[in-house]
Design a binder for this molecule. Structure first.
Ligand SMILES: [Zn+2]
Length: 112
């Protein structure tokens, strides 16, 4: 049990550092970076970790989200921009070609 907790903390810390280093990261990019480090996570888990990262930041840093965008009609007014939608909610569109949201941390340590 203790091992599981520390592994999760490490993964969360890695994601926090990746978000600080990059101007914008899609969950799939973070997943690839973690897989390269030998950490197996799904895109959904990456999003869960990002929500966890938010709680670890002090008031000088913030997680910013660029919402997902429909590749066909440009819709980006999602109720929850931090999730990956499966299809466009627009009545005449319903496209499944949705660009993933992009996350970044901005604050004194991010350097941009
Ligand atoms: Zn659409």
């Amino acid at each position: 049990m203790r091992e599981r907790v520390s592994r999760q903390q490490t993964t969360q810390q890695l994601i926090r550092e990746l978000l600080r280093q990059r101007p914008a990261a899609q969950p799939v990019d973070l997943k690839k970076a973690l897989n390269d480090d030998g950490i197996r996570v799904s895109v959904d888990e990456v999003i869960d970790y990002i929500h966890g990262v938010k709680k670890t930041l002090d008031e000088t840093e913030q997680v910013f989200v660029a919402p997902p965008e429909c590749q066909d009609c440009g819709f980006d007014d999602w109720d929850n921009p931090g999730n990956i939608p499966s299809r466009c909610p627009e009545k005449d569109c319903r496209s499944e070609r949705i660009a993933e949201p992009e996350f970044t941390i901005r604050g004194p340590e991010s350097g941009y």
